[in-house]
Design a protein around this ligand. Structure first.
Ligand code: NAD
Ligand code: UD1
Length: 347
């Protein structure tokens, strides 16, 4: 059976960690990335970690000709599709860019996959598709709604995948809804490397701790939560990477048993446990022995109070569950940040 996987966006934060997990699980990988939010250095470092060169093609998912060539050159079992833009604020400023990149790009990828009869896809979705949830923990049947173009682009792709699965019953389309990925590879060689000012909490904390930023602003301390700050389901990126391998193994098993295609399958990847912003900040300071100065400011527009997953479906279907703790997430983030204060860029 074919063992080769195309990993779009594989030079990015989650993609690079997943490449290592895929390699360790015995999959052959080809990364396809336009490096719009990543660097070749990430590919070099993954190559060092896995002890062999990682196959890498620089290209854009909106470029059908380039994708056709890749599919002509390689016989893929399936595609893990990370490629996308992910900054919520930027998506509000540049909605057309986000719809073009994330939605049109995915349509082009699906068309080329169809031409080459490759019908196994694992898509990077987000807990953002649940909007402000009515009930917690959030399971996969919860209603979906989004308020910003980034979230809308994820939701639009989910609708496209659902529609496709109705028309053509031979697709296996898994939509992995990530909660809040944080942490880094335990080697400290790869991690999250925001281009500009970090938007997300963990990279902001670690850049304050390393002295690149002065102070963390905690957006709101009047939410109806344990300590008034927002609650999220932080998940270690290596657990998340393992979730992709588990999803792929599930598809392989289906193919081996000649089972019917599954159509569209949404799955949460979270720990099932919520932690508050303040709990994360305090854990980070404790674990790393660094001070993390912070101030409370107004709530961030568009934020919700609490969000955490029901992770039961991934456990039942894939036998996967997150193993690593908040302590591991903080330790590994700090190792990456302190070893690479400028990320992948030279000092
Ligand atoms: P990332 O920006 O680090 O990685 C995305 C990669 O895709 C980058 O290497 C970028 O260069 C590449 N890319 C973007 N547009 C492309 C295009 N048109 N053609 C080819 N390559 C392109 O982001 P990440 O954190 O690794 O996220 C991966 C995926 O998971 C994204 O789709 C993101 O929306 C989704 N996601 C991320 C989070 C998170 O918190 N990090 C949460 C939920 C969902
Ligand atoms: C955000 C996005 C979401 C996206 C996800 C992953 C918004 C509204 N949501 O989720 O669509 O899928 O990132 O990219 O942007 N916080 C601070 N100070 C900071 C940064 C964050 O207090 O400097 C707080 C936030 O208010 C929130 C928590 O930390 O309560 C987590 O924030 P963040 O890491 O940005 O993730 P989300 O908002 O959950």
């Amino acid at each position: 059976m074919k063992n080769k996987i195309l990993v779009t966006g594989g030079a990015g934060y989650i993609g690079s960690h997943t490449c290592i997990a895929l390699h360790e699980a015995g999959y052959e990988i080809v990364v396809y990335d336009n490096l719009s939010n990543s660097s070749r250095e990430a590919i070099n470092r993954v190559s060092t970690i896995i002890g062999q060169p990682l196959a890498f093609i620089e290209g854009d998912i909106r470029d059908a000709e380039s994708l056709r060539q890749v599919f002509a050159d390689h016989a893929f079992f399936g595609v893990i599709h990370f490629a996308g833009l992910k900054a919520v604020g930027e998506s509000v400023a540049k909605p057309l860019l986000y719809y073009n990149n994330n939605v049109s790009g995915t349509i082009t990828l699906l068309e080329v996959m169809m031409e080459h009869n490759v019908k196994n896809l694992i898509f990077s979705s987000s807990a953002t598709v649940y909007g402000d949830p009515n009930t917690l923990p959030i399971d996969e049947t919860a209603p979906r709604s989004c308020t910003n173009p980034y979230g809308q682009s994820k939701l639009a792709v989910e609708h496209i995948l659902e529609d496709l699965s109705v028309t053509d019953k031979s697709w296996n389309l898994i939509s992995l809804r990530y909660f809040n990925p944080v942490g880094a590879h335990p080697s400290g060689q790869i991690g999250e490397d925001p281009n500009d000012m970090p938007n997300n909490l963990m990279p902001y904390i670690s850049q304050v701790a390393v002295g690149k930023l002065e102070k963390l602003s905690i957006f709101g301390n009047d939410y109806p939560t344990v300590d008034g700050t927002g609650v999220r389901d932080f998940i270690h990126v290596t657990d998340l990477a393992a979730g992709h391998v588990a999803a792929l193994d599930y598809l392989k098993q289906l193919a081996l048993c000649n089972n019917d295609a599954i159509g569209f399958l949404p799955i949460n990847l979270g720990t099932g446990k919520g932690s508050s912003v303040l709990e994360l900040v305090n854990a980070f300071a404790d674990v790393t022995d660094q001070t993390v100065p912070y101030q409370f400011t107004d709530r961030r527009v568009g934020d919700i109070a609490s969000c955490y997953a029901s992770a039961d479906k991934a456990k039942t279907l894939f036998g996967w569950q997150a193993k690593l703790s908040i302590i591991d997430m903080c330790k590994d983030t700090w190792r990456w940040q302190s070893m690479n204060p400028n990320g992948y860029r030279a000092p």
